[in-house]
Design a protein around this ligand. Structure first.
Ligand SMILES: Nc1ncnc2c1ncn2[C@@H]1O[C@H](COP(=O)(O)OP(=O)(O)OP(=O)(O)O)[C@@H](O)[C@H]1O
Ligand code: SF4
Ligand SMILES: [Mg+2]
Length: 345
């Protein structure tokens, strides 16, 4: 396995990193039920951003919106702009919610790639894995011809640490282990040097020992390409080790965002405080006891009016019946809570 970067950094030193995705006021409804409300999110070149929150908080919907994969019946609104590299080397800007299928097909797998939890969802069971990795490059024309695609596919399988990559290229997905299949998916996702890689719980289906290896591949892969990473997980320790910034979602809204260290050591939103308290990360509990957030996540679109966390929050007052205003210098740094945690010192 090599640790050398596979590509030179882009943009060149001195040039400010560009946004690879900018989401503003993203909203999604099903019938009269809001699933996402006013979601703002930015990832820049070379930046690793975590997206956390309990099950049903809207993390995957946000990722699918960026990929242009939301079904029409969810009526996405707002704006999602992806900036990748065009075929002639210039920028390609895709306004995802307005783009037609040809524009989205050109963007997916090229400007933005995604790794899901279960590798079999991304792999064709009837096709050899080398051919699948090669195909993603020939579709987007990022290699000269099929021969070059096949050779680069073997090279990519080698770089993600598959032993005997030439043999592995000839294997069908069912002939590989779960961890090996996820390595193939990572190789496919990185094949076209995407500007943004989205990972949605990429390691939760894997053995603990394999998890760390796949995580390492992802981080080295985006670093080598100076790509942005949006990393969705329930594992706060992974976010702490992988990401620089984090967004906390609950009830289809971003309730807190900021640099990982700040958010994890000095959370302001009561929900973030609960999430950290309930995780292994919280080393501050004097009694060593297990902290839990009371109650459970409401059904889709059935969150209370006002603050969405109101029915579970021990600090809720009548003020919380009004939607909390965002408090912070910008959408990437702040929180939305009327009675935030106060940290002394
Ligand atoms: N196509 C759909 N139609 C109706 N409701 C949906 C649809 N897709 C998702 N939802 C609902 O939207 C909410 C948010 O879903 P989402 O998949 O984004 O959650 P998540 O944060 O990724 O959760 P998890 O951690 O379990 O993956 C959930 O309550 C889900 O049931
Ligand atoms: S706004 Fe009110 S209900 Fe919501 S988290 Fe803050 S204190 Fe709790
Ligand atoms: Mg999800």
């Amino acid at each position: 396995m090599t640790t050398a970067p596979e590509r030179t950094a882009y943009p060149p030193p001195g040039m400010p990193p560009a946004d690879v995705v900018r989401v503003r006021d993203l909203a999604v409804v099903v019938g009269d039920k809001p699933l996402l409300v006013d979601v703002d999110l930015t990832v820049r070149r070379g930046e690793r951003v975590g997206l956390i929150g309990e099950s049903g908080s809207g993390k995957s919907l946000t990722a699918l919106a960026i990929m242009g994969l939301l079904p029409e019946e969810l009526h996405p609104s707002g704006s999602v702009v992806v900036t990748g590299q065009g075929p002639a080397g210039g920028e390609r800007v895709t306004s995802v919610l307005e783009a037609g299928e040809p524009g989205l097909a050109a963007m997916r797998g090229r400007d933005v790639a995604m790794v899901f939890q279960e590798p079999m969802t991304a792999l064709n069971p009837t096709m050899r894995v080398g051919a699948q990795v090669a195909e993603i490059m020939t579709i987007h024309g990022t290699v000269a011809d099929r021969g070059a695609a096949a050779a680069r596919a073997v090279d990519l399988l080698d770089k993600v640490g598959l032993p005997d990559p030439a043999d592995a290229a000839r294997a069908y997905p069912h002939q590989l282990s779960g961890g090996q299949r996820q390595r193939v998916v990572v190789a496919m996702a990185l094949a076209n040097d995407p500007a943004l890689l989205i990972c949605d719980e990429p390691t939760t289906a894997l053995d603990v020992t394999v998890q760390a290896l796949v995580l390492d591949l992802i981080v080295r892969g985006v670093q080598a390409r100076d790509a942005g990473l949006l990393f969705i997980t329930h594992d706060l320790a992974v976010v702490a080790s992988v990401c620089e910034r984090v967004l906390v979602m609950y009830g289809g809204r971003v309730v807190e965002a900021g640099p990982v260290l700040d958010v994890f050591t000095r959370p302001r939103h009561r929900y973030t405080r609960g999430l950290i308290g309930a995780s292994d990360l919280d080393l501050t509990r004097p009694d060593g006891g297990l902290y839990t957030i009371q109650g459970s996540v409401p059904a889709a679109g059935r969150f209370p009016a006002g603050c969405v966390f109101r029915n579970r929050c021990t600090h809720a007052t009548t003020t919380c019946e009004t939607v909390p205003e965002w408090d912070g210098p910008g959408p990437e740094d702040g929180f939305a809570c009327w009675h935030p945690v106060v940290h002394r010192g």
